[in-house]
Write a protein that binds this ligand. Structure first.
Ligand code: ADP
Ligand code: ZN
Length: 432
């Protein structure tokens, strides 16, 4: 059932003891780099000064801006010649950040990804097709080495070229695939165009992540492909994939707490939030040498989930990521996350998977317009029916986010498609 039973089911007190040991080592390692050496000295912190894992709160936070300011090598804590791999974030929200790994880091990362995949039910007999950008993006090589470590026959299929993906999938009998959620409907469509039904393939597990998506989207994807879809959370600054992963029970994402110290903080007061409340995910690496990271503010918002998981793993779980604090849209005084809207849209069988939220300036005030694709089989020239659908959609969205949008139904395939992560919001307001 487990990749590393002892670690995955460690009693909580032993787990926090392990965290303290590793936190102290991490602090010692971090102080080999200029920025952390200065910050820790200013805070008067030494590894011995930490008495329990909760003492992590005495350490200053690291902001994305710190990484940008020290781009590319300012946070390196080993000699540059010891680094053997460099990755960079996708740059979704600005200047990309760079992370360097030494041999130990890569070894530990591959193990975490293998553990994550195993936890979702992947086994060494599986053939794993990684439909994901290789290169600087961590989803490619991250899953590649993790799957190899697990022992899967691993196919570095790369991103895009749907016809070729379908050919590989059918020719090689892939049993597990990994792709970002916004690509999976396209893959399904490509299969349909080539006359391949999901049931005709060997696929039994789908792994997805890297961008916010709602539970409604997961349910749709599961229906579309007829197999379970597991959520995978990670970010370049914390290696990439292998930070949090769902187990077979799909009860939220287990965060590997022997490798990452997890905090959920109120984004403004920075105080720990109560269990169940939304907080910003803040992570400290516990097993990284080349670029340890102390209390990194991910800007990702999630809830801490309570109660044990039937799988027996003791590592705590977080909800799916509700969005990045940078993704939050403020319109008519309301705070709205695109996934909240997505969750509503996915309840309507008439709608496809793609949508775009546009914020526009109009008299008498700013408006939110949602362009959403309709499924071809629901197209009709009965304008009254279409109008009724738009009205029901607007009401359902308003119930969820307290803003009434204008809804525009568009043809499938007509919304712009990003090469990588999907773009869900266009802010076209004057002055934005
Ligand atoms: P970038 O921040 O430029 O997109 P990364 O490629 O490192 O760079 O992506 C990491 C980010 O992707 C995370 O901080 C998070 O916002 C998002 N992300 C990763 N996995 C998930 C997931 N399973 N659900 C929602 N968002 C995710
Ligand atoms: Zn579990």
């Amino acid at each position: 059932m487990y990749w590393e039973k002892d670690l995955e089911t460690l009693e909580r007190d032993q787990l926090t003891a392990l965290q303290l040991t590793r936190l102290r080592q991490t602090l010692a390692q971090a102080s080999r780099g200029a920025l952390y050496a200065r910050r820790l000295e200013e805070a008067g912190l030494t590894p011995e000064a930490l008495r329990c894992a909760d003492d992590v709160r005495r350490i200053p936070l690291t902001e994305k801006q710190d990484l940008r300011d020290s781009y590319p090598f300012g946070l390196l804590c080993v000699d540059r010649e010891q680094g053997i791999r460099l990755h960079s974030s996708s740059g979704t929200t600005g200047q990309p950040t760079v992370v360097v790994h030494n041999r130990h880091d890569l070894d530990s990362w591959a193990n975490l990804v293998a553990r994550s995949m195993y936890c979702a039910g992947v086994r060494s007999r599986d053939t794993f097709q990684n439909i994901c950008g290789y290169g600087l993006f961590t989803g490619g090589l991250g899953f590649q080495y993790g799957a190899e470590r697990l022992g899967c026959l691993t196919i570095p299929a790369g991103a895009g070229n749907t016809r070729r993906q379908v050919k590989i999938l059918t020719d090689c009998g892939s049993t597990v695939i990994h792709a970002i959620p916004s690509y999976l409907p396209r893959l399904h469509q490509g299969m349909a165009e080539m006359g391949v039904a999901p049931g005709d393939t060997e696929v039994r597990i789908i792994l997805t992540g890297a961008e916010p998506h709602s539970e409604g989207t997961r349910l749709r994807l599961q229906e579309l492909f007829g197999v379970p879809v597991f959520n995978s959370y990670g970010l370049t600054e914390m290696n990439g994939p292998g930070v949090g992963f769902e187990c077979e029970y799909q009860t939220g994402l287990h965060v590997w707490e022997d490798a990452f110290l997890l905090e959920l903080l109120h984004p403004e007061t920075l105080a720990p939030v109560a269990e169940g409340d939304i907080g910003e995910v803040v992570l400290t690496t516990l097993d990284r040498q080349a670029m340890p990271m102390l209390r990194y503010r991910t800007r990702d918002l999630a809830r801490l989930l309570s109660g044990p998981c039937p799988c027996g793993r003791t590592h705590r779980r977080i909800s799916r990521i509700l969005g990045r604090s940078d993704d939050m849209v403020i319109i008519k005084g309301c705070n709205v996350f695109p996934v909240q809207i997505e969750q509503v849209l996915m309840r309507f069988p008439e709608l496809g998977h793609d949508y775009l939220i546009r914020l526009i300036s109009e008299e008498p005030g700013d408006q939110m317009r949602i362009d959403v694709e309709m499924r071809p089989e629901f197209f009709t020239d009965d304008w009254r029916a279409l109008d009724g659908l738009c009205r029901r959609l607007a009401e359902a969205v308003c119930d969820e986010v307290l803003v009434t949008p204008k809804v525009k139904l568009v043809e499938p395939g007509s919304l712009p498609r990003a090469d990588g992560k999907a773009i869900r919001v266009l802010d076209e307001r004057i002055g934005s």
